[in-house]
Ligand binder design. Structure first.
Ligand code: SF4
Ligand code: SF4
Length: 222
């Protein structure tokens, strides 16, 4: 899922300081699961904005609502019900949701309430870690299911680098060297011999280095 966290309240208040009618719009997708932008968080944020603006001597009405997802046209169309009613939508979706609203609603102000961070998973309560960088050319079949693009500080395709010490990354000693993990795991799977060959030079064009990417599924288009 996409992992995000709420921006500092002062930053959000600054965005909306001149607005009189504000809608805090939750997304019930990924950001609900990572406790950043679901219905409950939007309700709390609306109260905090209300109080913050009042404290700053500003008069504003702040409401909250939610959409199933903000990254899907099918659900975004539901915000037509809010058309012309608010002078700012504060979205608690990830950056994709904010972009989607901005694309589809050219006349509405939309502000991000979250900092979108990475694609990750939750291993512990309240802790998420990056697992995939959305590179567009997955190599997990070659690396025992562990991602060197997202989890190696240098995104090496042939690792570990010379700096790995005692299974720790040289860039951040608090982090396990994913290439050591890959090597150990491939050993357990009796697949280490697959690692003898160097991975070929990678074409990074699928990873977004050529601008925004698009995926078209002909079988789903109408
Ligand atoms: S190799 Fe690419 S697609 Fe596969 S997990 Fe890593 S970043 Fe994601
Ligand atoms: S120590 Fe390991 S994880 Fe860190 S940069 Fe080198 S290969 Fe990558």
């Amino acid at each position: 899922m996409i992992i995000a966290e709420r921006k500092p309240l002062a930053e959000i208040i600054e965005m909306v300081q001149n607005c009189k009618k504000i809608l805090v719009l939750a997304c019930r997708g990924c950001v609900t699961v990572c406790s950043a932008g679901g219905e409950r968080e939007a309700e709390i944020l609306a109260s905090l904005i209300r109080l913050g603006l009042k404290k700053a001597g500003k008069k504003a009405e702040v409401f909250d609502a939610s959409l199933v997802r903000q990254c899907d046209r099918e659900y975004i169309d539901a915000i037509d019900q809010f058309k012309g009613k608010y002078d700012a939508i504060v979205s608690t979706a990830c950056g994709v949701g904010v972009n989607f609203i901005a694309n589809l609603r050219p006349d509405d102000n939309v502000f991000p309430a979250l900092n979108t961070t990475f694609f990750g998973g939750s291993a512990e309560q309240g802790e998420w870690s990056e697992q995939c960088a959305g590179c567009g050319d997955c190599v997990l079949h070659l690396t025992g299911g562990l991602c060197p693009v997202a989890r190696c500080a240098k995104s090496l395709m042939n690792g570990p680098c010379g700096g790995s010490v005692d299974g720790r990354c040289e860039i951040n000693a608090d982090v396990d060297c994913v290439w050591q993990m890959i090597y150990d795991r491939m050993g357990r799977l009796e697949r280490q011999k697959e690692m003898v060959q160097s991975a070929p030079i990678r074409d990074w064009s699928t990873a977004g280095h050529g601008g925004p990417r698009k995926l078209v599924r002909q079988d789903l288009t109408v």
